[in-house]
Design a protein around this ligand. Structure first.
Ligand code: BG6
Ligand code: MG
Length: 218
């Protein structure tokens, strides 16, 4: 059987944490008198913590000291961690376990490719860590998505050529990173936002086992 590398983003693909990132960033932005909308949040999906805060400050035309910047990053993460502290298997997005189990059954190498430094904690909390052969997250990269570094490291660890890898992503930056890495990108979300992906599905319930099989075989 063919072997492909299947790389999953975490936030917004495996678990619905995007809403918690939104709440935490909104609280922080508003505390600085900066407005923060759903549209702006869309632009932060897949974007590293540092880069996200830089963007919010630039949208609000604010400059702050380095110490304050560090303090705000910690504050946002503490708030975010309080949101995810009660997470359990119920927050796994629909049909993600079916897709992972199908790939495991078909002996396909699977990696996480996430910008989050909290990825391991979350995977443990929802009991999915053991499903992954390798985990590459925000602690392992120096360049954030849309740079392809995270996915290229994952491919290397899986020992699969980038062109033989398939990336599941919900963010504009992540789809771009997968495309730059010369991988097949599967957007999870709306066609309007992720039109640059090779394929787009609303969620995993739309991804059939036959489709997965065709990805493995072709
Ligand atoms: C990405 C999220 O997966 O991880 C972003 O889409 C987030 O919203 C980024 O900023 C970094 O996450 P964390 O958990 O390290 O702050
Ligand atoms: Mg994501």
């Amino acid at each position: 059987m063919n072997k492909k590398g299947f790389i999953f983003d975490l936030d917004g693909v495996i678990v619905d944490t995007a809403k918690y990132h939104f709440l935490a960033w909104k609280k922080l932005a508003n505390s600085l008198d900066i407005d923060f909308t759903e549209e702006e949040n869309e632009q932060l999906k897949g974007v590293s913590r540092i880069r996200s805060l830089e963007k919010i400050l630039s949208w609000g035309n604010k400059t702050i000291s380095e110490d304050k910047f560090t303090e705000l990053m910690a504050k946002k993460n503490d708030d975010y961690l309080s949101h995810i502290s009660n997470m359990d298997d119920n927050e796994i997005l629909p049909d993600v376990p079916r897709v992972l189990d199908f790939l495991i059954e078909h002996r396909q190498p699977i990696s996480l490719g996430s910008a989050s430094k909290n990825a391991r904690t979350i995977l443990e909390r929802v009991h999915l860590k053991e499903h992954f052969d390798t985990i590459v997250d925000g602690n392992d990269v120096s360049k954030a998505k849309p740079d392809p570094e995270v996915f290229l490291i994952a491919a290397k660890l899986l020992e699969i050529e980038p062109a033989q890898c398939i990336v599941f992503e919900d963010s504009v930056a992540g789809v771009e990173a997968a495309n730059v890495a010369n991988m097949i990108s599967i957007g999870i979300g709306s066609e309007d936002v992720l039109g640059h992906a090779t394929y787009v599905f609303k969620d995993f319930t739309e991804i059939s086992n036959e489709f997965l099989e065709s990805l493995i075989e072709n």
